[in-house]
Design a protein around this ligand. Sequence first.
Ligand code: RIB
Ligand code: CA
Length: 312
Amino acid sequence: MRARKIIIDTDPGQDDAVAILLALASAELDVLGITTVAGNVPLPLTSKNARVVCELAGREDVRVFAGCDRPMARKLVTAEYVHGKSGLDGIALPDPTMPLAEGHAVDFLIETLREEAPGTVTLCPIGPLTNVATAFLRAPDIVPRVAEIVLMGGAYFEVGNVTPAAEFNIYVDPEAADIVFKSGVPIVVMPLDVTHKALTTRARVEAFRALGTPVGHAVASWTDFFERFDMAKYGSEGAPLHDPCVIAYLLEPDLFTGRHVNVEIEVKGELTLGMTVADWWRVTGRPANAMFMGGIDAGGFYALLTERLARL
Ligand code: RIB
Ligand code: CA
């Protein structure tokens, strides 16, 4: 079976790093490239961190393209308070030696979608949607060529994590999210409603460490660091590994349950800016545009993740 072609658009971030490792460990996926965006930390750091992760996986061959350094229409909001100053706090890994690929991430998205056969490339945004929306605006012809968008972002029943109404990826660039959700491309959404059910536990983190590999040690160290914020905020036993849910869906979609509904983005609200307004009970009559996930087999997710990381 031919590997599924994907492009990961990312703002590493420890959870992004685990998602990238999961993708690189899985032969079912052909990572055509990684595009970086400003989000958890500024663009120079997300672009450095993506290469750190590729080298940790022994995949210096993967092309990493730097993208947009700020949202389309707003000031950048970052999340060092969660991810640390480097964006990958928890373990000190060597600076990357692999260079950034030539060219802007938006141009890579446009050129790749024009070159690859229509309906064969899946976009996996796991940060703010600035690069994807900018590509769609600049080259509308690529929109119908996208097979599917599987993204981490949004929240409905779980409410927001950066404001009471909004999740970080959407909140950072709500205008970009609005463009993507209105694009007509089939979308699968991994919101906080799902990721907050994929919590780390001591046993799950120790299972990473017990792999006894540099990857296992890094993932356990990142998770130890990353989870302190959520545990303090929510009083939970562990932290949600948000972004790997996107890649796990590509590998084992049956781990997830959701509903195909209308999802629109609040771009004007003072209190609700960046909210993903999911019409879960279908009361608006607005056409469904997204598979909005709500449930996850957390045990199955961590079993898949641990088994795949062992391959690196
Ligand atoms: O709200 C969680 C999302 O914001 C994740 O993608 C995390 O990496 C941050 O980007
Ligand atoms: Ca992210």
